[in-house]
Each structure stands twice: as structure tokens, then as C-alpha cells.
Write a protein that binds this ligand. Structure first.
Ligand SMILES: Cc1cc2nc3c(=O)[nH]c(=O)nc-3n(C[C@H](O)[C@H](O)[C@H](O)COP(=O)(O)OP(=O)(O)OC[C@H]3O[C@@H](n4cnc5c(N)ncnc54)[C@H](O)[C@@H]3O)c2cc1C
Length: 475
């Protein structure tokens, strides 16, 4: 039976005040349309609680009345998890007003925050205390800590600092029945039994709503060097990666693959960007070395350049001479994602391979895609220091939208079969949501699926919390 939103609205207004509920169609699009603008969903209403207790009271009400819910952070997720479901309208619970920095302890290297804090705000707060919160990603001006926890976000510095899973020490979660689980521990070591918090990290909101987190900080990096080098091929890029990890004293903090086609996309998005090395090369690597103290990083990078050139791994390169120059190099990485968006319909993937097989995979997948569809353009870049590739495809121009979608679906199936052959993963960091559910389920062993469904049933027997994300609904 359809849910009548009127009594729900009355309850929310009473609990959260007028500003805590949104149902005006003019205000809804930012909660109902995803980042790329190509998916949307109609909610019952949008609730905007300000405290953990308010979240708990809203969730308990929904549980009592059988109302499905979906938590929403900064809405930058790329797999449709935070979008309300049209088929069975849901209450969107936005965490945007739950956004206080609760405490920071620079000696313990921890910060305790509300889940609705924007990632950039947390990074700035840490910097004020001579610390870094090292999670860095393109959407950091809008994504929230709760969303980062729920998606186990990765980004640019994973090879040095790990993913969100490695950066969370404590959590506070409102469970699907409205109870609050408070485990806001600021402990670097804690071996008391099962590590429950890990269940919520990467659960994409299906097991509860994260309302607070204690995060691990690192000493602030005052000393950073950024370089862009041209390499002959992906195999050389990977060999250079192995060399860089070793010869940069484990201070390597980013290692990004950028083929020439991606550079061209960055120029399309921002024609003022200069070609960084003057003449074009087939493949580039953007790398960063960072330290908290006054080490001679130039010497490390120069040594890497010398050995890389002698080994034929580096053809040319530039070391940024100032922060502004470094920023210009990083802009290439950011702008190429925008350029890809400007090209319209495309396949976006987020795959992971064992680092040692990435070059073979890259060659095999590029060959296979061209065999299947010679006019399709491969746009494959990524955090290759973590074995993470965004192996994306732009379909040929001139096809109808329906034909483009059908072709991309076919190519995605081929690509994922190759990922499987190379013992990889179809999701390195974006998660499953609804968009990647079919290939995810196809790759699950029966015993794995049984365990996962059991966990979901234990936390959310009525399937009211983010139903249909990761696992399909049972009813
Ligand atoms: C330009 C761009 C670059 C990106 N780069 C990267 C990258 O390098 N690495 C990477 O990992 N990701 C990247 N992403 C994806 C995205 O930014 C991350 O997945 C991010 O962690 C999502 O956070 P959010 O607050 O926007 O979450 P949302 O999009 O709002 O939600 C994502 C999922 O988390 C759930 N959720 C949100 N808040 C909570 C909460 N408080 N409790 C429980 N569940 C919740 C939602 O229901 C949904 O399933 C990028 C996205 C964009 C647009």
C-alpha cells in the first residue's frame, strides 16, 4: 500500500522543525539527482536531522510505520546508492545539518566528527592543528565523512595511507531499529573481539546510518614534490612504480596514470591548461612525494628521474618548481574527469587488479575493446599505485542513445569477464549501490551470498534501510 507522506511530514516537523523537512519541488533536485545528472529518483520527503538523537527518533518512527529510508551524504557517490528509489518511495535522511567537528586531539592524532561534516572541512580542521586527514578525492568539497565511511572511499593517497577502512578508529551508528551504537573510540589498538565498525564501513548505508566517526590523522606534510613524467607504455609505468616505492623511502603518496587521450579531455574542459611537456607522449604518470619534515625530496626525485631514464622507463618529465605549478599539474587530473563528462554518454568503471598484473590487463582489455568496437575510445586512467583503474569507454558518435547504452553494456560484460580472468574486482572504491549490482551478484559464491544476506537480515529484518542496495530486496 502506498505510504501517505502527510503524517510523516507532521511527525518530522514536530521533531526537527520546519527547516528539518523538505518537500518543495524547487528544493528537491539536489537530493534527487546524482552528480552526473543522469539518474534521479522521487523521495517521499527529505528529513534533515541535526543530532544523533534526532536521526534515531526519525529512524525509530520509520521502523514503527514500515517506511523505507535512505541516508544521504554529499551525494557524490557514483553507483546510485543515495538516490531514492522510484519503485517504492523512501524517506531521504540527509546528514547535511549534522556537521560539527566534535573534538581534535593532535597528540593522539585523532579527530572526532559528525558524519555530515564535509571532507574538506575535516581536512582544514586537521591542518589547523598541524595534522593531515589524508583522504583526498575529487569530490572532497562536497562529499561527507558519513558517505566516505559508507563507501569505504579511497582516492589519491591510498598507497601511502590506506582507504577509509584504515582511517576509521571509532564509529557511532543509528541502527535500522533506531537504537544508537556508540563506539566512538580513539584507540589505535583495540582487539576486543569482533571489529563491528568494519561491518558498517563500505556497507553503503544498508546496515545503519553513520552519525559520527573518530578518524586517524597523520603529521602534516609541509614538504611535497609533484612531478609529471612521460613513459613509453603502461608496463614501463608499473616498473617505474616499483622503483619509486623503493627509492623514495616509502614517501611516495600518489602515482596516477594519465594516457594522452585523458590529457586531451582535460584540455577540452579547460583550454587554458598548457601541454605540460611541450610535445605529446602516449602515457604520463603524475606522482607525488611528501614528508612532514625538511628532507631533500628533490634529491629523491632527481635520483628517480636518472634511474628511470637509464632504464628506459621515463622519456621526459617535469618537476613542479612551486605550489602553483604543482596545482596546475593536479588540475590535469581533475579537469580530465570533467572533460569526460562533457562527452556525454560513456561507461564509467572502477576496477582493481593485482598491481603486478595491471599492465597485462591494460593491454588485453584495450585490445579486446577495439576488436569488439573499433570506433569506441578507451579512456583508462587511475590510481595505479593501488592497482585501481578507471577503465572507461566513450562510444562512437552517431549512434542513438539506446544503441550507445546497449553497446556499452555489452562491452562492460566483456570487460568484467577479463577482470575476473585477471583475479581483479569490479569495484575498487565506488561500491556496488544499484548500478553494479548485477555483475556483483554474478560473481558471488553461494556461501558468500548466504553470509551477506544473513548479516543484512540480522541488522535490518524488515529491509527498511537502503533496501535493494548491494543485495536485492527479498520481498
Ligand atoms: C568528481 C568525483 C571524484 C571522485 N573521486 C573518488 C575517488 O577518488 N575515490 C573514491 O573512493 N570515490 C570517489 N568519488 C565517489 C564519491 O565521492 C565517494 O563515494 C564518496 O565517499 C561519497 O560520499 P558522499 O557523502 O557524497 O556520499 P553519498 O553519495 O551521499 O552516498 C554514498 C552512499 O553512502 C550512503 N551514505 C551516505 N551517508 C551515509 C551515512 N551517514 N551513513 C550511512 N550511509 C551513508 C548512501 O546511502 C549511499 O549508498 C568521486 C566522485 C566524484 C563526483
Amino acid at each position: 500500500m502506498p505510504i501517505d507522506p502527510a503524517p510523516l511530514k507532521a511527525f518530522l516537523v514536530e521533531q526537527l522543525g520546519e527547516a528539518g523537512v523538505i518537500d518543495d519541488p524547487a528544493d528537491l533536485p539536489r537530493y534527487t539527482t546524482d552528480w552526473a545528472g543522469d539518474r534521479r529518483g522521487e523521495p517521499l520527503l527529505v528529513a534533515r536531522p541535526r543530532t544523533t538523537d534526532e536521526v534515531a527518533s526519525v529512524v525509530a518512527h520509520c521502523r514503527r510505520h514500515g517506511i523505507p529510508m535512505v541516508p544521504q551524504g554529499g551525494h557524490s557517490g557514483l553507483v546510485g546508492g543515495a538516490l531514492p528509489d522510484d519503485a517504492r518511495p523512501e524517506l531521504v535522511i540527509s546528514l547535511e545539518r549534522l556537521n560539527r567537528i566534535r573534538a581534535i586531539d593532535p597528540l593522539n592524532f585523532t579527530i572526532s566528527v559528525d558524519a555530515g561534516c564535509v571532507l574538506q572541512t575535516v581536512k582544514d580542521a586537521a591542518a589547523d592543528h598541524d595534522c593531515d586527514f589524508p583522504l583526498s578525492l575529487g569530490a572532497q568539497g562536497s562529499c561527507q565523512i558519513g558517505g566516505n565511511v559508507a563507501t569505504n572511499a579511497g582516492g589519491l593517497n591510498v598507497l601511502r595511507h590506506g582507504m577509509m577502512r584504515q582511517l576509521v578508529l571509532g564509529l557511532e551508528v543509528v541502527l535500522p531499529d533506531g537504537r544508537i551504537w556508540n563506539a566512538m573510540h580513539a584507540l589505535h589498538k583495540d582487539n576486543r573481539g569482533y571489529d563491528l565498525k568494519q561491518l558498517f564501513i563500505g556497507a553503503e548505508g544498508t546496515l545503519g546510518i553513520v552519525t559520527g566517526a573518530v578518524l586517524r590523522l597523520s603529521p602534516r606534510t609541509h614538504n611535497t614534490r609533484t612531478a609529471l613524467v612521460a613513459v613509453p607504455d603502461v608496463a614501463a609505468a608499473m616498473a617505474l612504480y616499483g622503483q619509486a616505492r623503493r627509492s623514495c623511502c616509502d614517501l611516495l603518496s600518489a602515482f596516477e596514470l594519465i594516457p594522452r587521450a585523458c590529457l586531451e579531455l582535460a584540455f577540452e574542459a579547460d583550454p587554458s591548461l598548457p601541454d605540460p611537456l611541450g610535445s605529446p607522449y602516449p602515457i604520463y604518470v603524475l606522482l607525488e612525494v611528501a614528508a612532514s619534515g625538511p628532507l631533500d625530496l628533490d634529491a629523491l626525485i632527481e635520483h628517480l628521474f636518472e634511474t628511470g631514464m637509464a632504464a628506459g622507463q621515463i622519456l621526459d618529465g617535469v618537476l613542479a618548481g612551486s605550489d602553483t605549478q604543482a596545482e596546475r599539474l593536479w588540475q590535469i587530473r581533475e579537469r580530465m574527469v570533467e572533460g569526460q563528462q562533457l562527452r556525454g554518454e560513456h561507461l564509467r568503471t572502477d576496477i582493481a587488479l593485482p598491481i603486478s598484473t595491471l599492465a597485462d590487463f591494460f593491454a588485453a582489455a584495450s585490445r579486446r575493446m577495439v576488436e569488439r568496437s573499433p570506433d569506441t575510445t578507451v579512456i583508462a586512467y587511475g590510481h595505479i599505485g593501488d592497482g585501481n583503474l578507471h577503465f572507461n569507454l566513450l562510444p562512437p558518435a552517431g549512434l542513438t542513445l539506446a544503441d550507445k547504452k546497449a553497446l556499452l553494456h555489452e562491452l562492460e560484460t566483456e570487460l568484467f569477464a577479463l577482470v575476473d580472468d585477471h583475479h581483479g574486482s569490479i569495484s575498487a572504491e565506488h561500491g556496488i549501490g544499484r548500478v553494479k549490482q548485477a555483475p556483483y551478484l554474478a560473481g558471488l559464491a553461494p556461501v558468500e551470498r548466504e553470509l551477506l544476506e544473513g548479516i543484512k537480515r540480522l541488522f535490518d529484518p524488515e529491509e527498511l534501510m537502503s533496501p535493494g542496495r548491494i543485495l536485492p530486496r527479498r520481498h
